[in-house]
Design a binder for this molecule. Structure first.
Ligand code: NOJ
Length: 532
């Protein structure tokens, strides 16, 4: 990826990431090459033609490293080796090269906030070595040190501290098996820059940064209090120095970053995207926005407004491996997303959700910037109900069993309707059970079906290439309808109102998310792309 490549248009394609479609691969559930029930790199390699046909520009892989899998691989024990269930480093190198030959770039996931408790650093720290300084170890409070050092809570629920046999406590903002690193320590910074180089040397074009706003901690580790600023561990100013230094490494390779930055304050969010920091960050405001025209327009406007001053492209995300799948979310009474509101047995109208998800696909793919597609979104997969005894996600367990967790969006993909396990693998049952009816979503069922979700995504991704970086301009539209143009290429209209909507003047229909009324009006929960 070091050198810019020549795009078909003749333009030097070194800014591919500004308008890319990036497909998220959750390796464990994508395709099972060796039939053992767990997805792997062999499976991904065998499906590269599918991804090329879909038309995506890059693949973002969730962590594929050696890991005890206490949090789906976000507990990394060795950043320089591939999990044996997924394959080998040599195979990852082959995959990166083969994808690149098909015009598809690779983005890997780096998890700098924490490591696995099985990482050599933590094993040494646990044994009492000087490696303790690489983590946050503190004595407990209370007469006998029996209370956690402060009041911080884990993102997965419960205290953010675990006590070792020797009485000391260590910090983990996620599961106890994910001890937080001490970013004040120079060895932690050095190690991560080395890891970045390790993967850039292997041809990866970008890095997704996990929990990007959590790394820096107030060294005093004070209690968190309501509304405190600066916060003791979220979005601290010191972080920007870390990312400026990462950026210098990435620039040597022409590689790019996408940060997982969850922040409500858009001005603070945009700081991460200054020209010498991260190239892009995920748009969680859009991802969690309810299916409502006023709210969506508000998020689109504020997204574009916050990115403009720093010159960074926006990203558009409808779902990922952490949140309820799109067709399910849009088929519920609450169409937004909030981790705290997740519950078992939430009533869902999948037909309604699917109609809206189709319209949302055309909306997001028409917006200026980069779009992320989470595996299975292009198949319209719903969130699955996982039997309680098969749930693996720590979020479920740390909620005391009230939160169904995130496994419902991580179910192995259906490829071939009539094959065992819908063609995901062959011999062994997949690591998470596929629900009844899963085969109906299989790729082979959808491939030649003009009305399928897959066909919609394929067509939209192809057409979208023509939109380039043309800016968005809103058109006048009735209440509940979103209408905008992207230069002279496309007019996108999305009807979220209860009534059918008139369409603006246009010279042709490029694509519709569903059937139109005979009189040409746009039905509810439907989107179209028109030739202006
Ligand atoms: C965000 C990741 O997307 C999620 O899956 C993970 O559990 C946490 N970070 C902790 O690494």
């Amino acid at each position: 990826m070091g050198q810019p490549t020549q795009a078909p248009s003749g333009r030097i394609d070194d800014a591919w990431w500004r308008s890319a479609v990036i497909y998220q691969v959750y390796v464990r559930s994508f395709a099972d090459g060796d039939g053992d029930g767990t997805g792997d790199l062999a499976g991904v390699r065998s499906r590269l033609p599918y991804l090329a046909e879909l038309g995506v520009d890059a693949l973002w892989f969730n962590p594929w490293y050696v890991s005890p899998m206490k949090d789906g691989g976000y507990d990394v024990a060795d950043y320089r080796a591939v999990h044996p269930a997924f394959g080998t480093l040599a195979e990852a190198e082959k995959l990166i090269a083969e994808a690149r030959e098909l015009g598809i770039r690779t983005i890997v996931d780096i998890v700098p906030n924490h490591v696995s408790d099985q990482h050599p650093w933590f094993r040494a720290a646990r044994a009492g070595g000087p490696e303790r300084d690489l983590f946050h170890f503190r004595p407990g409070r209370g007469a006998h040190g029996e209370l956690p050092p402060n009041n911080w809570t884990s993102e997965f629920g419960g205290p953010a501290w675990t006590r070792l046999e020797d009485g000391s406590w260590y910090l983990h903002l996620f599961a106890p098996e994910q001890p937080d690193l001490n970013w004040e320590h120079p060895a932690v910074r050095q190690e991560h820059e080395d890891i970045l180089r390790f993967w850039f040397e292997r041809g990866v074009a970008g890095v997704r940064i996990d929990s990007a706003a959590l790394l820096a901690k107030d060294p005093r580790l004070p209690d968190v209090t309501e509304g405190q600023s600066p916060h003791p561990y979220l979005d601290r100013d010191e972080l920007h120095d870390v990312y400026r230094s990462w950026r210098r490494v990435a620039d040597e390779y022409g590689a790019v970053f996408v940060g997982e930055v969850w922040l409500p304050d858009s001005e603070r969010f945009a700081r991460y995207l200054r020209p010498d920091e991260l190239h892009t960050a995920f748009n969680f405001a859009f991802m969690t926005c309810p299916w409502d025209a006023v709210r969506l327009r508000g998020v689109i406007d504020s997204t574009l407004a916050e990115h403009a001053p720093v010159g960074a492209p926006a990203t558009w995300v409808l779902c990922n491996h952490d949140i309820t799948r799109t067709v399910t979310r849009y088929g519920r009474a609450d169409t937004g997303f909030d981790f705290a509101a997740k519950a078992f047995d939430t009533p869902t109208d999948l037909a309604l959700g699917t109609r809206r998800a189709r319209a949302a696909a055309l909306l997001s793919l028409a917006l200026p910037g980069a779009v992320y597609v989470y595996q299975g979104e292009e198949l319209g997969l719903p969130e699955a109900d996982i039997p309680r005894d098969r749930i693996e996600d720590p979020m479920h367990f740390r909620s005391g069993g009230t939160d169904p967790g995130r496994d419902g969006c991580r179910v192995p993909l259906p490829w071939t309707a009539d094959a065992p396990y819908a063609g995901f693998g062959s011999r062994e049952e997949p690591w998470l059970p596929q629900p009844e009816g899963w085969a109906a979503y299989a790729v082979d069922r959808q491939t030649d079906d003009p009305g399928s979700m897959l066909t919609l995504y394929r067509r939209a991704i192809r057409l979208r290439r023509g939109f380039g970086e043309a800016p968005l301009a809103w058109l006048p539209a009735p209440e509940g309808v979103l209408a905008f143009t992207r230069g002279t290429e496309v007019t996108c209209v999305v009807n979220l109102a209860a009534e059918p909507a008139e369409m603006p003047a246009h010279s042709g229909l490029l694509l519709a998310s569903g059937p139109l009324h005979d009189d040409g009006r746009l039905p509810q929960d439907t989107a179209v792309w028109l030739r202006p």
